[in-house]
Design a protein around this ligand. Structure first.
Ligand code: HDD
Length: 712
């Protein structure tokens, strides 16, 4: 795009950008190079000479091109954007970017999967990272969030164990980007505190349709501090303008083969096409004095604050509007850290957050090679940096003068500290005292109520998907005792769920003994747990994706399947209508040869029917035109087209059969059911185009999934 947006951060980055357009090849020392084809040799059949400085420089740089990938969240995609404040939070925080209505703060956002390597599929069943760097006028603020509002563990000391358990097993490095294996479920089944997270992870939230259709959560309770020093707990939320949508698990597995970059591509193309992904930014605010008002501990990262108890107040908009110029320089080198903070925001005592505050800088030191990673262009604050930190690998800043200590008189005492009134960061004063103990608080012990709340809040089809995910995952566990222990855990959440899973994975449901946790010595652990096993039937509407459907087809990808003789007018009309609503239309031909329409015009396919699958689309149109249909019915094409239709049908997508395409309607699984299916549109329908658009806007007819997939 030529009209790239500009802001302080982008302008700063521009000063580091280069382009090779109309330039000559040089060495790294700026020397013009005369021959980049042959190394310097003793005779044209002779050995290469040590003297070949250009060969050595080129090869050495190449040999050192790789840096370690992130230990978790290795696979990611990022984009630039802007955060705009629509409603002031001045009453609660003094953070400048959250108080000045209308203020636009540049951001860079990186989305990621957690377990897989850098080259793994986007469609793994996994948590997604949602890390936002706000380049504020008061310094960088990082909200290092996920698309799930809770976490597996309550204390950061368990993080290495968790990650070792989920990563490929160490003896054979199998499986890649999957939690469906022995060590993960062994660990989880011994960690009751992970049950709430497991409910989210086994739901379709962990296989999003795109990054633009998932929520973001700060997870921990953070603190907001206002100008009077008053404190509120705050939970951060991003809610996608397009609603929260996912794909089917069967579809996710297919996409992993057809287009492992599905999410990366979607983000890139949406931005290139000007369909900028957008989220509402919201906060849940809890006054300090209400800290003990809840039936869980606000410091426990395995708990949500139900939106029915504390509503999310929407105060800003996050928009991603520019792709990076260079993946490595920006998306790979960006370094997030929950400890990058600005005045008005502070950390709570959440033991998971406290541990994170150590881990992130530590990891960047090895990943980015030294203590100057903050000087890499994408990491630079837009506020200039002045301190007495000096030297180290790859130092960029040239600090003038002879003073690098404080206090000093030779340097005039500079750089000066700032008082709080001048923007100096002052930690919120909180009285903390206690014996030095390695213990878990009793208030952290309820591991099942919110897991149950999540499960109870799902619609029937969401429950079915969650149950099937558990069956899939546990079927891959080779140790029966682990399957049995896991089913025992599920039994505390929902007895019917445990029974169904047990029956499929070949174990019995048995009453579990809990592994002892580090509770105070006088706690009756079993009693504390059993209190929480009581059945409750509470639900929270905000937890079901079914409740987030928005009436829009923006960004949906519609595949038009056609061949020579296709009805030009029908294609044109439908395409115009869909694109008018910001959907994306892509033509699929029998091959890549341009399709000749019935009026002689040409349409260029973006895909051939053999090089793509229906899983890459949100909906299908079997284009009108007898000749086109006839051509698609030939032996070489028919099985492919039928496969497209049957798969889209299985995945509950909208399909529109244009005039003349009856043979496909009759020969595909669509004809098996005579019921009225709102997502199947045909030439016989009244206003079929509107019906098609309505069906796409609803995302999928998941509630008809059983009907669509059972043959009677
Ligand atoms: Fe973490 C990366 C989010 C717990 C240690 N984490 C990382 C990223 C995200 C999160 C989005 C990728 C950032 C990027 O795109 O570069 N992590 C979370 C959330 C957590 C969480 C929402 C729980 C609420 N993380 C967590 C704990 C620890 C870490 C408890 C260790 C004590 N996380 C790391 C890390 C990573 C990381 C090892 C790997 C790469 C990096 O930091 O830069 O330090």
């Amino acid at each position: 795009m030529n009209n790239k947006p500009h802001n302080k951060k982008l302008d700063q980055l521009e000063s580091h950008a280069t382009s090779s357009e109309n330039t000559r090849l040089t060495s790294n020392q700026g020397l013009r190079i005369n021959n980049n084809q042959d190394s310097l040799k003793a005779g044209n059949r002779g050995p290469t000479l040590m003297e070949d400085f250009f060969f050595r420089e080129k090869m050495t740089h190449f040999d050192h091109e790789r840096i370690p990938e992130r230990v978790v969240h290795a696979r990611g995609s990022g984009a630039h954007g802007v955060f705009k404040l629509n409603k002031s939070l001045e009453k609660y925080t003094k953070a400048g970017f959250l108080t000045e209505v209308g203020k636009e703060t540049p951001v860079f956002v990186r989305f990621s999967t957690v377990a897989g390597n850098r080259g793994s599929t986007d469609l793994a069943r996994d948590v997604r990272g949602f890390a936002v760097k706000f380049y504020t006028d008061e310094g960088n603020y990082d909200l290092v969030a996920n698309n799930i509002p809770v976490f597996f563990i309550q204390d950061a000391i368990k993080f290495p164990d968790l990650v070792h358990a989920v990563k490929p097993e160490p003896h054979n490095e199998i499986p890649q980007a999957q939690s469906a294996h022995d060590t993960f479920w062994d660990f989880i089944s011994l960690m009751p505190e992970s049950m709430h997270m497991i409910m989210w992870l086994m739901s379709d939230r962990s296989i999003p349709r795109s990054y633009s259709r998932m929520e973001g959560f700060g997870v921990h309770s953070f603190k907001f501090i206002n100008n009077e020093g008053r404190m509120h707990f705050v939970k951060f939320h991003f809610k996608p303008k397009l609603g929260v949508h996912s794909v089917a698990w069967d579809e996710a597995q297919r996409i992993s083969g057809v287009d492992p970059d599905f999410h990366k591509r979607d983000l890139w193309e949406s931005i290139e096409n000007g369909m900028f992904p957008e989220w509402d930014f919201g906060v849940q605010l809890i006054p300090e004095e209400d800290e003990d008002k809840f039936d869980f501990d606000l410091l426990d990262p395995t708990k949500i604050v139900p939106e029915e108890e504390v509503p999310v107040e929407l105060v800003g908009t996050l928009t991603l509007n520019r792709n990076p110029d260079n993946f490595f320089a920006e998306t790979e080198q960006i370094a997030f850290h929950p400890g990058h903070i600005v005045p008005g925001i502070d950390f709570s005592k959440d033991p998971l957050l406290q541990g994170r505050l150590f881990s992130y800088t530590d990891t960047q030191l090895i990943r980015l090679g030294g203590p100057n990673f903050h000087e890499i262009p994408i990491n630079r604050s837009v506020k200039t940096v002045h301190n007495n930190q000096r030297d180290g690998y790859m130092r960029q800043q040239i600090n003038k003068g002879k003073v690098s200590y404080e206090p000093n008189s030779i340097g005039g005492g500079c750089p000066f500290q700032s008082m709080m009134s001048e923007g100096g960061y002052v930690s919120h004063q909180e009285r903390v005292s206690g014996p030095k103990v390695r213990q878990r608080s009793e208030s952290f012990v309820d591991h099942y109520s919110q897991a149950k709340l999540f499960y109870n809040s799902q619609s029937d089809y969401e429950k079915m998907h969650l149950q099937n995910a558990l069956i899939f995952e546990l079927s891959k566990v080779t140790v029966p005792a682990v399957r049995e222990r896991m089913v025992g855990q599920l039994n505390f959440i929902d007895k019917a769920l445990a029974q169904k899973v047990a029956a499929e994975v070949g174990v019995e449901v048995k009453e579990l003994e809990f592994p002892n946790q580090s509770l105070p010595a006088d706690s009756n652990h079993q009693d504390l747990q059993s209190e929480e096993r009581e059945a409750h039937t509470r639900v929270s509407g905000a937890l079901s994706m079914a409740d987030t459907i928005k009436d829009t087809i923006k960004g949906r990808k519609i595949g038009f399947i056609m061949a020579n003789g296709v009805n030009a007018l029908s294609v044109h009309d439908l395409k115009t209508k869909l694109e008018g609503e910001n959907a994306v239309v892509e033509i699929i031909g029998p091959n890549m040869v341009p399709v000749t329409t019935n009026d002689g015009s040409m349409l260029t396919p973006k895909h051939s029917i053999t090089s793509i699958a229906s899983v890459a689309f949100d909906a299908l149109y079997i284009a009108a035109g007898e000749d086109s249909v006839k051509a698609l019915l030939t032996a070489g094409n028919k099985p492919h087209v039928l496969n497209f239709i049957n798969e889209a049908y299985k995945h509950c997508k909208a399909i529109y059969f244009g005039e003349g395409s009856e043979p496909f309607y009759m020969n595909s699984n669509v004809s098996l059911k005579k019921h009225i299916d709102p997502a199947i549109v045909s030439w016989e329908d009244e206003m079929p185009e509107n019906k098609f658009i309505d069906a796409i806007a609803k995302h999928r007819v998941w509630h008809l999934e059983l009907e669509r997939n059972t043959q009677d």
